[in-house]
Design a protein around this ligand. Structure first.
Ligand code: GLU
Length: 472
């Protein structure tokens, strides 16, 4: 006890998006820096909405990012089980105790009555607050409702509705619950717990000291503090991160495919670059530094420097950060990561040894790996010419004939020497000489330096390319 314990508690109802993974990352980095414990807890309190596929996916996504948990599914720990769905009997006991102590009650108000209450509130422009009517049902009323087959929920009584809290990110926050909410449901009519009960019981029993989560939970926090206190626990410290907003200004959601961790993986973003980019969504390191390796991030990240201003997802900035991370890799590491990506995404279409050899050539001019398949077309003998007209002029044909003469006459030279031998024998100069050469060799107008590509091919391959260009 006494040491820091934090948790990431996703509900497996969709793929992790940038905002979710930021919550995981900030908890993880905070725990690392403080020498604390990082726990993964799966909040599958709503069995209908939770899916095994999403649980599997979120585990994979976290591991891919390099976020490893000290306690949780797969690794175990003293506070398990770490799946809410395996803890239902624990939650029920706590609900029972709260009822016995008069802090919660069986509520026989029906869904239809609640809907009607909300409708009225909307019509009168009042907040849709539950009016606590179920507290005061007479014995006879309850018996009547039971006889009608109505099954009760369990509601927690809100007794002390003014609350102040010191949020780790937002500073002092005060709530006037009187206006905001009435008694709230902690156990559904079918006996399953609501998120509020589960999260409080689990945070308490797992000795969580700091709850760092999205701002979308800020309005739940007063409920959680009151509930924890009613159960005899000291609430943890809360910190609420401002939401990340998407390209159209809307807060990110699990329904937005384009911002899921899956999608960034598919695009070929490096995990350390994604972590770097995400860390900057809300964290200001104090100097102007923007590029951090994974190790540097673990050292530098400080929760005190996380601010509450809104952050926006900017895909160009992410691409830039990723490009910077690609450039700092050694050629060998770049090729290893790129090849692993091409294989994982089933995009490896050419000879692996050749691909491995050519990859470093692209290190300085791509932003993410999914640009590679197009660049690697240079390895195929039957690529399309990007601008066929440029290889069809009499000047271009003269260049190709001369290139073939040079190739036939002697050894295969380094590209600069090869070009120097062609130059005096043709009319074209400068760009007019190099563009046809580039097109004949690579099919494209732009790309890596020819002197880097040239040595990767055999004399035979180069001859074939010039013969093909000549005949085109
Ligand atoms: N299960 C909640 C969610 O996915 C997290 C709750 C919490 O962090 O307290 O939004």
């Amino acid at each position: 006890m006494g040491s820091i314990r934090v948790r990431f508690a996703p509900s497996p109802t969709g793929y992790l998006h940038l905002g979710n993974i930021r919550t995981a990352l900030f908890n993880y980095l905070f725990a690392k820096r403080e020498g604390g414990t990082f726990i993964l807890r799966i909040e599958d309190t709503d069995p209908e909405r939770s899916e095994a596929e999403y649980r599997q996916a979120l585990t994979e996504d976290l591991l891919w990012m390099g976020i490893r948990w000290d306690e949780g599914p797969e690794v175990g720990g003293a506070s398990g089980p770490y799946l809410a769905s395996e803890r239902f009997s624990i939650y029920r006991q706590y609900a029972q105790t709260l009822i016995q102590e008069g802090k919660a009650y069986h509520c026989y108000v029906t869904e239809e009555e609640i809907e009607e209450m909300k409708r009225l509130a909307r019509a009168e422009k009042r907040p849709p607050r539950f009016d606590n009517r179920g507290r005061d049902f007479s014995k006879a009323e309850i018996e009547k409702r039971k006889a009608q087959g109505i099954r009760p929920t369990v509601r927690f009584k809100i007794e002390n509705p003014k609350l102040k809290m010191n949020d780790l990110v937002r500073g002092e926050v005060s709530f006037n619950l009187d206006e905001m909410l009435g008694d709230f449901v902690i156990q559904r009519a079918d006996g399953t717990p609501t998120f509020h009960l589960a999260v409080c019981v689990d945070d308490a029993l797992m000795n969580i000291t700091h709850v760092i989560r999205g701002e979308d939970h800020l309005s739940n926090t007063p409920k959680h503090i009151l509930l924890l206190e009613a159960m005899g626990f000291k609430p943890p410290q809360y910190g609420h991160l401002s939401l990340v907003h998407g390209p159209g200004g809307e807060p990110l959601s699990k329904r937005l495919e384009s911002v899921s961790v899956r999608e960034f993986r598919r695009k070929g973003i490096l995990p350390q670059a994604l972590a770097n980019y995400i860390a900057l969504l809300g964290w200001a390191p104090g100097d102007n530094r923007e590029i951090f390796s994974w190790q540097e991030l673990q050292k530098a990240f400080d929760l005190k420097q996380v601010n509450k201003s809104r952050s926006n997802y900017d895909s160009q900035k992410l691409d830039w950060v990723n490009g910077q991370h690609l450039r700092i890799l050694s050629d060998e590491d770049f090729s290893r990561h790129a090849l692993a990506y091409l294989k994982e995404q089933k995009l490896l279409r050419q000879d692996e040894t050749l691909v491995h050899k050519i990859l470093p050539v692209f290190k300085d001019n791509i932003e993410h790996f999914d640009q590679l398949p197009e660049r690697l077309e240079v390895l195929s003998d039957d690529f399309q010419y990007e601008s066929p007209a440029m290889i069809q002029t009499p000047e271009a044909k003269e260049i190709f004939r001369t290139a073939l003469d040079v190739l036939n006459a002697g050894m295969l030279l380094p590209f600069d020497d090869f070009a120097a031998q062609i130059k005096p024998k043709v009319k074209a100069k400068g760009k007019n000489l190099f563009m046809p050469l580039r097109l004949a060799l690579t099919g494209k107008e732009h790309g890596p330096e020819l002197k880097r590509i040239f040595p990767l091919f055999s004399r035979d391959q180069i001859k074939k390319r010039f013969e093909r260009a000549l005949a085109s």
